[in-house]
Design a protein around this ligand. Structure first.
Ligand code: AMP
Length: 118
């Protein structure tokens, strides 16, 4: 069980933004931007690579609702999901980071030598 499952069950509190039957949006405890929201499905999927693609349509709709609710739809925002070890994923329950509230920078993301692929 991850910390996000405990948030869903109410065992651990969160600063909730929006919720429906299947999804929950809450403020990240360690914000990386003026607005930093985590959006999670209530069903536990390890990450984006393992989610049932059918759920993504409904999840996309919920993410759009959260962005609109926070007024980020007008000025823009960034949506990130860290997938697996190399992706920097720490909590093994699918989540999207919704970041905004300022013009976000975009820099080099790697601090190590590239791995060989293919
Ligand atoms: P990731 O590295 O993509 O797995 O991101 C996990 C995120 O969860 C980090 O940005 C953490 O700050 C955030 N986080 C961890 N515990 C909590 C919590 N109890 N409430 C809100 N955010 C949390």
């Amino acid at each position: 069980m991850t910390i996000f499952s405990k948030i869903i069950s109410g065992e651990i509190p969160c600063n909730k933004v929006l919720e429906n039957e299947n999804f929950l949006a809450f403020h990240d405890i360690n914000p990386k931007a003026p607005i930093h929201i985590l959006i999670i499905p209530k069903t536990e999927y390890k990450n984006f690579q393992e989610v049932d693609p059918k759920i993504m349509s409904e999840m996309t709709q919920f993410i759009q609702q959260v962005a609109t609710f926070l007024g980020l739809d007008k000025g823009g925002y960034r949506l990130i999901t860290n997938n697996g070890d190399d992706g920097g994923q720490e909590v093994l329950h699918l989540h999207f980071h919704l970041l905004g509230g300022a013009k976000l920078s975009w820099g080099h993301l790697s601090d190590s030598d590239p791995k060989n692929h293919l």
